[in-house]
Ligand binder design. Structure first.
Ligand code: ADP
Length: 205
């Protein structure tokens, strides 16, 4: 059971997934907040049951899955609904993430959480790691990856905490403005550091 938790975050397109994969290649288990956020509202889940009771069956698509676009529209227009939904889902996501981190068998475990600081999930982890690039690169790489407009990406960047705020709250920072080989070298260096931190935490427990 892994008892040392690292929270990996960064703005959209900063390279979180790329960095997480480099740690995974070194045998480190990942817990992905985006995947868990989808799992807690899967058909048959307690989460989807509660949402259907609150919003009505019109919130479901014909195949019984959640109509995310409709839900987004509804909570965008109504603060109370947004609050209700967050109060329902955030504890479920948090508990599921912790449970799955506890099952991990690597020396430490990484939680990949796009909105780590925005949602206060940094309180759950031993240490935070931020992947950093400039807003220009963020917009450029994401627009290419998702085949969407730069304007669209810029509005998502603006909705997240600022680069400065994120960096101020980071314990460690990876600079992902360079090429992949530079990224891998930084990951290797941090991996050694986290192995040592995890070992000393286990020893002191
Ligand atoms: P995030 O998970 O933070 O949204 P990704 O890991 O998906 O970001 O990276 C965004 C895009 O940038 C992807 O298409 C990825 O392949 C690319 N990318 C990541 N790091 C680099 C890099 N160092 N050089 C060039 N492209 C990169």
């Amino acid at each position: 059971m892994a008892s040392y938790l690292l929270g990996l975050t960064g703005g959209i397109g900063s390279g979180k997934t790329t960095v997480a994969n480099l740690f995974q290649a070194r045998g480190i288990n990942l817990v992905d907040a985006d995947i868990i956020a989808r799992e807690v509202v899967e058909p048959g889940s307690e989460g989807l049951q509660a949402i259907t009771e609150h919003f009505g069956v019109s919130i479901l698509q014909a195949d019984g899955t959640l109509d995310r676009a409709k839900l987004r529209e509804q909570i965008f227009a109504d603060d109370n609904k947004r609050l209700w939904l967050n109060n329902l889902l955030h504890p479920m996501i948090r508990n599921t993430m912790l449970a799955s981190a506890q099952k991990a068998e690597s020396a430490y475990v990484i939680m990949v959480v796009p909105l780590l600081f925005e949602n206060g999930l940094d309180r759950l982890v031993d240490r935070t790691l931020v992947v950093d690039i400039s807003p220009e690169l963020q917009i450029n790489r994401t627009a290419k990856r998702d085949n969407v407009s730069e304007v669209q990406v810029a509005s998502i960047v603006a909705s997240q905490i600022s680069r400065e705020q994120r960096l101020a709250r980071a314990n460690d920072i990876i600079d992902n403005r360079g090429v992949m080989a530079e990224l891998d070298a930084q990951v290797e260096h941090l991996h050694q550091k986290y192995l040592a931190l995890a070992a000393s935490k286990t020893k002191n427990e």
